[in-house]
Design a protein. Structure first.
Length: 257
């Protein structure tokens, strides 16, 4: 008996880069394992952790299909490794300190991808305290994409950004020349330069703990803003000298919502 095409569920690949992530990795792995959508592969790219990150993952319920533990050139290099190994039709990235906001996130993403014209799906994100993850510190309400929105400070929350595997293969992966803003550059390249078609899901998809590399110091914040400006230049897109201010204002509003 043949299987009807509509009964074949797309495989979703989720990539997580880890390095000495034992403190919070169980929340990340659990949130993927608990998803009601059942056709998921979780790929772990570990930077040769010195703690028990890998053993924690291996000794808890999970959907991990591959674990690679070896020295890498940083988080974006790890992400690239995982994305290139992914066998899914739909690819997402979840950082080791983050977790999905509900067990229906992946199901809602796959539903949005039922439209064959959709290349990417993204939603909202909430920043939470490291230890009390019920305490929301900042709401990132992305909103739908409009042409030239990046130049006005808009961009999706990267952990909520799901893309067809075919798009990565066509347009490329993370540019390792960007140490802090490679995720921004990739989304800019996909949405603003190459005009892939996306859809916005108006719901918090990810809970992100405060303390990520980009925002952990003023120096990193300034370097991140500098790299975002360089990302426009790398993609032959003009941007106003006031762009850093445009980028800052939406983020200030997020604290007030």
């Amino acid at each position: 008996m043949s299987i009807e095409k509509q009964d074949i569920k797309p495989l979703v690949s989720i990539v997580t880069g880890t390095y000495n992530s034992s403190k919070f990795i169980s929340d990340c792995v659990k949130s993927i394992n608990d998803q009601v959508y059942d056709n998921i592969e979780h790929i772990i790219i570990d930077g040769n952790s010195k703690d028990n990150t890998v053993s924690i993952i291996e000794n808890m319920p999970n959907r991990v299909s591959k674990i690679i533990s070896e020295k890498d050139d940083g988080i974006y290099d790890a992400m690239n490794k995982g994305l290139k190994l992914a066998e899914g039709d739909i690819l997402g990235i979840l950082n080791s300190d983050d977790f999905y906001n509900s067990n229906e996130v992946i199901q809602s993403v796959v539903k949005a991808f039922e439209d064959p014209n959709i290349d990417c799906v993204y939603g909202d994100l909430v920043y939470v305290e490291q230890l009390n993850t019920d305490k929301v510190v900042r709401n990132w309400v992305t909103g739908p994409y409009k042409e030239n929105a990046f130049k006005k400070g808009w961009h999706p929350a990267h952990p909520s950004f799901f893309v067809r595997n075919s798009i990565y293969k066509k347009l490329g992966y993370f540019d390792l020349n960007f140490g802090l803003a490679a995720d921004f550059e990739l989304m800019l390249r996909f949405l603003e330069k190459n005009k892939i078609k996306g859809t916005y899901l108006p719901t918090p998809m990810v809970r992100m703990r405060l303390g990520g590399a980009t925002n952990k110091s003023l120096k990193n914040i300034l370097q991140g803003n500098k790299e975002c400006v360089e990302a426009f230049k790398a993609n032959d897109l003009k941007v106003s000298a006031a762009y850093p201010l445009y980028r800052l204002l939406p983020k200030l509003k997020q604290f007030l919502k």
